[in-house]
Design a protein around this ligand. Sequence first.
Ligand SMILES: NC(=O)c1ccc[n+]([C@@H]2O[C@H](COP(=O)([O-])OP(=O)(O)OC[C@H]3O[C@@H](n4cnc5c(N)ncnc54)[C@H](O)[C@@H]3O)[C@@H](O)[C@H]2O)c1
Ligand SMILES: [Zn+2]
Ligand SMILES: [Zn+2]
Length: 341
Amino acid sequence: MRAAYVVESEKVEIKDINVPALKDDEVLIKVKTVGVCGSDLHLFKGTHAFRKPPAVLGHEVAGDIIEVGKNVTNFKIGDRVTVEPHLGCGECEFCKQDLVNLCTSKKAPGTPAWIGTFVEYFNAPEKTVYKINDKISYEMGTLIEPLAVAVHAIDRITVAEKDTLAILGSGTIGLLALVAAREAGYKNIICTDTQEFNLEMALKQGATLALNPLKEDVVAKVKDFTGGRGVDVALIAADSKVIVDQASAMVRKRGEVGIIAMITEKIPVYTYSFVFNEQTLFGAMTYETKDFIKATDMINDGLDLSDFLTQKLPLEETQKALDVLNEKKENVVKVIVEVSK
Ligand SMILES: NC(=O)c1ccc[n+]([C@@H]2O[C@H](COP(=O)([O-])OP(=O)(O)OC[C@H]3O[C@@H](n4cnc5c(N)ncnc54)[C@H](O)[C@@H]3O)[C@@H](O)[C@H]2O)c1
Ligand SMILES: [Zn+2]
Ligand SMILES: [Zn+2]
């Protein structure tokens, strides 16, 4: 089968490899669509904290089941599915609390233990597989995974008020956090981005304000909007050296700053702002299974996010798909690689 390998930094080659051998508890998926994720860019650019090329990237997938292992009971050939792309050891203290995202030895696609999804055929254990409705496109199916990231981030917030929320960065993750926050009942959602197109998208999806840090003082604008008080919570979905300070400066006393972005280099943080204002800083790592189920239900119930699907390229052009998201020369939210029609 064909597989798109990142062979060195910013270089993709299509290779012919064997179809993975199916285990008894696995299904084999003929891949239809794969989403390019901001987190795929870290290995692609060579800035990943510990992973290096060569690797097959990709973890957002939708397709059809074409084979089932002999112990599989919930799926049959022909089912349209997506995959919750991580697998816990089942033994550690985190797995025992259903926190697969924190498992100390979890498996994820794109590592030696499990191939990435930029391939023609992808194997997945039955327990990681979810059906997508016949009415839902494969492209929308691939958005379930990043939507689960957003659902989890909103779920990690412990501030009770749902009055004001800021989301810094309006790429796929930031925009989906906006959608998840809107669905969770947040009243005023302020989004930032350095690209005008992404700000327009945020407004279209119901953001109250959309601010560009390259053109305006976003902290002052947020303070203005909140009558000097600051927002209840700020979520960080973009990578910048000043973004944690910016978030803290726009959050109210006893408010929260949540980091979704994978900022893999060390950045300076003005901790006194957190102390003086008694703010809490938290991280949000992928999702728990309950978040993935919620995201699957939201999409299967007809939540329409098709505006976010900005580019579609064939597997042969995976290089271009990664370049498009990396370079942001075009208007881009979610780039889809169409592996088969
Ligand atoms: N925690 C997790 O589990 C998880 C999962 C997926 C992605 N991520 C991370 O979330 C981040 C966003 O992912 P994505 O797929 O949306 O990526 P993306 O590249 O689509 O989006 C990033 C957005 O941030 C904008 N931006 C850049 N600098 C900015 C700044 N200074 N202020 C405001 N906006 C700015 C960009 O224009 C872009 O629209 C990445 O760091 C990614 O690694 C984390
Ligand atoms: Zn992703
Ligand atoms: Zn574990």
